[in-house]
Design a protein. Structure first.
Length: 208
């Protein structure tokens, strides 16, 4: 763990390695989260094109910055940054999916055409990171019901959902509409937000 002052507030960064995907993931910790209940938490999947390069094809960078800014203003909060590029299909396949989208496919059909599911992400590692940090329960900052469902299946106590809807642009509106209509995300385009109706062992090590 190390201090990581950011433009969004003071955080600490904790690096993790696991035996499930062999990747390095990080937790951005603001305030004292050990043993915390109802901890505001964002689970963010890596998006190189959006997070680092400012792509307008998605809302990933907007969501990451909004999460860090919001959590940095609170007493405590947590962002788990998961190395699950392209909804888990990897960077090269994500670029291939982009090419198919340029020909008219939506994000779901592009992934299916490449032989993948709509979303290949697995949140078991994120659940073990939360357990390693001794977090009691969380309020998850998400529009994605699948994240809630998976984390609960892996034993995480989720006490609420914090919506994280970004304004649509001419470049990502179809992407966001597909999230809502085909992937079950709680998004609409009238300024309102929908509310939800109510394996093998994984080793996760904190890197010190």
């Amino acid at each position: 763990m190390a201090d990581l002052p950011t433009r969004f507030g003071k955080f600490r960064i904790v690096a993790f390695w696991n035996n499930r995907d062999g990747k390095e993931h990080v937790a951005m910790v603001h305030g004292d989260v050990m043993g915390a209940e109802d901890l505001p938490t964002r689970l963010h999947s890596e998006c190189l094109t959006g997070d680092a390069m400012g792509s307008l094809r998605c809302d990933c960078r907007d969501q990451l910055e909004a999460s860090l800014r919001k959590l940095g203003s609170m007493e405590r909060g947590l962002v788990l940054y998961m190395r699950q590029e392209g909804r888990g299909i990897g960077l090269i396949n994500k670029v291939r999916a982009y090419a198919l989208q340029d020909r008219g496919l939506d994000t779901v059909d592009a992934n299916l055409a490449l032989g993948f599911r709509d979303d290949e992400r697995d949140y078991a590692i994120a659940a073990h990171m939360l357990m390693s940090l001794n977090v009691g329960s969380i309020r998850l900052m998400t529009n994605n019901q699948n994240k809630i469902t998976q984390l609960e299946q892996y034993g995480i106590n989720i006490t609420g959902r914090i919506p994280l809807v970004m304004p649509a642009t001419q470049y990502n509106r179809f992407y966001l509409e597909t999230k809502a209509s085909r992937s079950g995300h709680y998004i609409d385009f009238e300024g309102k937000q929908h509310l939800p109706e109510q394996d093998d062992p994984v080793i996760v090590e904190e890197v010190t």
